[in-house]
Design a protein around this ligand. Structure first.
Ligand code: NIG
Ligand code: FE
Length: 394
């Protein structure tokens, strides 16, 4: 067993309300908790406290007053695809509207790509995530939309994460135009059979131009019958009944939540379903931002994720999403950081990541700043320092 003591931490964010300042983030500060430190034993956090009381360790790392946080948990991304849609982005910046149909151009490029091309791209994205402090991430399929390619996408995603989501119901592919029921039969039949072994979750894009609530219910129920957990894309483009369906089905998370009725907010507040906000999407589509304040004030659990994908939002940066959440949608820096770490863990039903308590995975991120608030305060500035996953520097 190898032990490492990380010490001289300016602010140590634990997400454990029983320690430090007893706030949501459970922050230990150099000013009040002399020499906040963390002891890591192999892959897990062993101990958190003041270094005066720290157990002996094989190695000591001095953080020089920088901040240490739990690694970001990005609970929503679409990272296995080929090509890009920068022309579509540019057109949107000139005033064109975002529509679900753009997904089909990525489907064509992805079907044509080899496994090796997709794998090389995916691994580069994983490096990109790590270098920005993301230590746990979910990846969806959804750019294959036939049995062979969807199976390839979940298989490739499974090479880099346990949090794999089958999204065969992203949109109806062109060859099934006007035959959506036949496509749903494929998704819930042969495609689900091929993809379930690699997947933990099933997802549906329930919105204008994609699947309606009745279709979504059938698709998600088929996944649930195969022991997949349920998550959803809903209420991104319109005020539909997707959020209510997510609550009805006991989904782990319902993502986007841009257009919500009072009943939606109330239903979420009474449920265990996490509302995941993806503000990079509104930034990149010029849609109105969701109202996270309304959700938080109602007592809804909110997660923050990137939704990194080639269409609606091509950023993988959780610090950027935090800056947007604070600047644009009414979250405090503490709420945004919690949502990007512990909130993401809740959205993935993970109790081993997202906070720094003894026994949790040693997924740690150094912020080269004296306070976590600098994440929102200094948007666009590379402030991520050392990143540890399972106790190993990456
Ligand atoms: O989460 N909303 C549906 N799916 C993605 C966008 C995919 C795309 O445009 O390629 C999203 O925004
Ligand atoms: Fe998405």
């Amino acid at each position: 067993m190898r032990s490492t003591l990380i010490t001289n931490i300016g602010e140590l964010v634990t997400n454990d309300e029983s320690v430090g300042d007893r706030s949501l983030l459970g922050v230990l500060r150099a000013s009040t908790d002399a020499h906040a430190s963390v002891l890591v034993n192999d892959e897990v956090i062993q101990w958190v406290g003041s270094s005066d009381a720290a157990p002996d360790a094989d190695e000591v790392i001095d953080l020089g007053g920088n901040t240490l946080i739990p690694g970001f948990v990005d609970s929503h991304s679409h990272l296995v695809f080929a090509g890009d849609r920068v022309d579509e982005f540019e057109a949107r910046m000139r005033g064109e509207k975002y529509a679900a149909g753009g997904i089909l151009s990525t489907v064509a490029a992805t079907r044509a790509a080899t496994d090796e091309t997709l794998r090389t791209r995916l691994r580069a994205f994983v490096d990109e995530l790590h270098s920005q402090g993301t230590t746990t991430f979910e990846i969806k399929s959804g750019y294959g939309l036939n049995v062979e390619t969807e199976e390839r996408l979940v298989r490739l995603a499974r090479e880099v994460t346990d949090e794999v989501t089958f999204l065969g119901a992203h949109v109806v592919p062109a060859e099934f135009n006007g035959r959506s029921e036949e496509y749903i039969a494929l998704v819930t039949g042969e495609m689900l059979d091929a993809c379930a072994p690699y997947s933990k979750w099933i997802d549906v894009f329930c919105d204008d131009g994609a699947f309606d609530v009745d279709q979504a219910r059938r698709i998600l129920s088929a996944g649930r019958a195969r022991n997949l957990g349920v998550r959803m894309h809903a209420n991104q483009l319109t005020l539909g009944a997707g959020v209510k369906l997510a609550v009805e089905l006991g989904a782990a998370a319902v993502d986007h939540c841009t257009y919500l009725s009072d009943e939606d907010v109330e239903a979420l507040a009474k449920s265990q379903t996490v509302a995941t906000i993806l503000p990079g999407v509104e930034f990149s589509t010029k849609h109105p931002y969701p109202n996270a304040r309304r959700l938080l004030d109602a007592g809804v659990t909110v997660a923050l994720a990137s939704d990194c994908n080639p269409g609606s939002c091509f950023t993988s940066s959780m610090p950027f999403c935090i800056a947007l959440a604070v600047r644009e949608i009414g979250m405090t820096p503490a709420e945004a950081l919690w949502a990007a770490t512990a909130g993401g863990a809740r959205a993935l039903h993970r109790s081993d990541v997202g906070s720094l308590k003894p026994g949790m995975k040693a997924n740690l991120v150094e912020i080269k700043a004296p306070s976590f608030r600098h994440l929102a305060y200094r948007p666009g500035v590379p402030q991520i320092g050392r990143v540890w996953i399972d106790g190993n520097l990456v």
